[in-house]
Design a protein around this ligand. Structure first.
Ligand SMILES: CC(=O)N[C@H](C=O)[C@@H](O)[C@H](O)[C@H](O)CO
Ligand SMILES: CC(=O)C(=O)O
Length: 308
């Protein structure tokens, strides 16, 4: 891993590989790392988040996964970010201490979502209590209001955040409110925070407004194509960048209509990578055979600008 390097570019939100009987399957993580680096050109991972079913795992499993990713990623990945959010503050603190002890390159926390913080101060207090357990580890707030129901605007949260949380380093912004994102970027230029966008379907719009990169589930299998979109955007060749966004969007639009979530993401990564990611954990249920056949046919049918 590369300490101190600003988080930018693509970050794969990893799935948690499971055996057919529902145990976490650490044995394929080494292959998973190699696949991301060599096939997708993705060198950052976000572990135990939404896509990783982090909130459906127990503390022991979360620690084992974090350790395996840090260990396997040591020579090969730039950043291994561990999501340590939990409903219980002491559990979240324990995971933060653990992530620090094993040498994770960053930690991230979602807002607690059963008893919810109702304003910026309550949310900041919770985040601060977790972040301070890992005082040398970059801290990221994970904003995903569609799942947490916590709609406190990030622009508001960031006001004065560095004084409360000295390790604060950025936001994983998984929301479609680009006005909020734009104001965050506009107001925090000096702070050098990293803004990573989390709605893969519309990453290009977020890049236009100044996002530094993206964290998402689709970079597990569309990472290489999305990297070409980032390159086109940087050039800039907007027509080409749009073409990539339209095509990744065409796939996502198709699967979203069929019903698309973590179970389906596991199935897609399995057929693209050849690494068995296994079933999801209840309450999620496995993707249907019909979904897999249709999704694969759709992905195979796309003609990319690079001729692939
Ligand atoms: C709700 C959710 O899981 N969002 C992911 C990350 O934030 C995204 O990567 C989506 O999976 C992706 O944009 C496809 O809809
Ligand atoms: C999608 C995402 O970033 C997560 O799985 O947490």
């Amino acid at each position: 891993m590369t300490p101190g390097k600003k988080l930018e570019g693509l970050v794969a939100a990893t799935v948690t590989p499971m055996t057919p009987d529902g145990q976490i399957n650490l044995s394929v993580i080494r292959k998973y790392v190699d696949y991301l680096v060599s096939e997708q050109n993705v060198k950052n991972v976000f572990v135990n988040g939404t896509t990783g079913e982090g909130l459906s795992l127990n503390i022991q499993e979360r620690k084992q996964l974090a350790e395996e990713w840090v260990c396997q990623g040591k020579e090969k990945l730039d950043h291994v970010i561990i999501h340590v959010g939990a409903l219980s503050l002491p559990e979240s603190q324990e995971l933060a201490r653990h992530a620090a002890a094993i040498g994770a390159s960053g930690i991230a926390v979602i807002a607690p979502f059963f008893f919810k913080p109702t304003n910026k101060d309550e949310l900041t207090a919770f985040l601060q209590k977790v972040a301070s357990e890992a005082p040398a580890v970059p801290f990221y707030y994970y904003h995903i209001p569609s799942l947490t129901g916590v709609k406190i605007r990030v622009e508001e949260l960031l006001g004065g955040i560095k004084e409360q949380i000295p390790t604060f380093q950025g936001v994983k912004f998984s929301d479609t409110d680009l006005l909020d994102l734009a104001q965050c970027i506009n107001k925090n230029e000096r702070e050098q925070f990293a803004f990573l966008y989390g709605v893969d379907e519309q990453l290009l719009s977020a890049l236009a407004i100044g996002a530094d990169g993206a964290v998402g589930s689709t970079y597990n299998y569309l990472g290489q194509k999305t990297n070409l979109m980032l390159q086109a955007f940087a050039k800039p060749d907007l027509a080409l960048a749009r073409k990539y966004q339209f095509l990744t969007g065409e796939f996502l639009n198709f699967v979203i209509k069929l019903g698309f979530g973590v179970a389906q993401t596991k199935a897609v990564i399995t057929f693209v990578s050849g690494i068995p990611m296994g079933p999801p954990r209840l309450p999620l249920v496995d993707a249907s055979e019909e979904f897999i056949v249709k999704a694969k046919a759709k992905l195979d049918s796309i003609v990319w600008p690079d001729g692939d």
